[in-house]
Design a protein around this ligand. Structure first.
Ligand code: SF4
Length: 323
């Protein structure tokens, strides 16, 4: 892709990333802790590869970033918040000595927190910034694709990410249940009758790990990521990390035998029965099983693929499909 037709303002917008702005070098962010060990280590060994994607491939990421900024701006817009809640009923990012019992709504937004951990005699700082904490309930926003929500491949990561944010903020009372609110970039109204197809925006509940469990998981992840692997011994990214999830059982109904496009798609355990019932109701057409291709989708978003031998192997085996 070329950036040739991009105006200067849009180049600035696309070039500017707040996600990786961590205060000190030597700090590990909560989100990078969740990355596959192989990717994390290759990134550390090849730091310049982080800035190679062409600007016009960063649209979704920057729109996602803008969603976060907009939510923060709304919460910090006194005029709007006063009108919505009444001045005396809410507070945003209170100071430590504030009496919070006076307020019906207490919000913290985009608070970066750091906490240290000793690993093999080294002090490591973990850093993370949650999106919103409202009356003790943590919430993060994800501008993502329908595939991510339907495949549930990242659910474990989301639960851990939210748990790490709680661990990073021991001074705040944070409840056991937290939320990820999804805003779906590629949501399509005409697909919305499909079983399991999510709404365009949805807040999903996650039960957090206890503080002790979270600390043990962080320790284990840090130990893996700081280990001194030789190139050949680097752990391989797992199928789950590569989003090579087991395909969802899928059956498609076609209104005519020679139709190329399905009229209705059924997914899930009973999709064959549902599709055949539908066919019986219509009295015409055909039902066919569909097997979605299993490919290493995560590699498409990985900045170290040019130096990754696992990527080359996957590519040579036809398991990569560039977006
Ligand atoms: S290119 Fe693929 S296999 Fe290699 S580190 Fe990235 S995600 Fe893992």
């Amino acid at each position: 892709m070329s950036n040739i037709n991009l105006s200067e303002p849009i180049k600035i917008f696309l070039d500017y990333s707040t996600y990786n702005l961590v205060p000190n070098a030597g700090t590990i962010s909560a989100t990078s802790l969740l990355r596959p060990t192989r990717q994390f280590i290759l990134n550390k060994r090849n730091p310049t590869l982080r800035i190679t994607p062409p600007l016009n491939s960063l649209v979704a990421s920057r729109v996602g970033q803008s969603v976060h900024s907009s939510i923060e701006n709304v919460l910090k817009n006194d005029k709007y918040m006063d009108r919505r809640y009444g001045k005396e009923n809410y507070i945003v990012n209170p100071t430590e000595d504030e009496d919070l019992s006076k307020y019906l709504n207490v919000f913290y937004t985009e608070i970066r927190s750091n906490r240290e951990m000793e690993i093999d005699g080294k002090t490591i700082t973990i850093s993370g910034e949650f999106d919103v904490l409202h009356n003790g309930t943590l919430e993060d926003f994800k501008y993502t694709k329908v595939f991510q929500v339907m495949s549930k491949t990242k659910d474990e990561d989301y639960k851990l990410q939210l748990s790490i944010y709680r661990w990073l903020n021991p001074d705040k009372e944070i409840k056991d249940i937290a939320y990820i609110s999804f805003l779906l970039a590629d949501w399509k109204a005409y697909e919305s009758t499909r079983e399991g197809y999510p709404p365009p925006t949805e807040s999903k509940e996650y039960e957090l790990y206890s503080l002790e469990e979270t600390e043990a998981i962080i320790r284990e992840l840090l130990t893996q990521k700081l280990a001194d692997y030789s190139e050949e011994d680097l752990p391989l990214c797992s199928d789950k990390e590569l989003w090579m999830n087991i395909p969802v059982k899928t059956f498609k109904y076609y209104s005519k035998i020679d139709s190329k496009r399905a009229t209705k798609v059924f997914t899930g355990d009973y999709s064959d029965i549902e599709a055949n019932d539908y066919l019986a109701e219509r009295g015409t057409g055909v039902v066919r099983q569909y097997t979605p291709p299993v490919i290493a989708k995560a590699c498409n978003y990985c900045s170290v693929k040019s130096v990754c031998t696992q990527y080359t192997d996957l590519f040579n085996n036809g398991l990569i499909k560039e977006d």
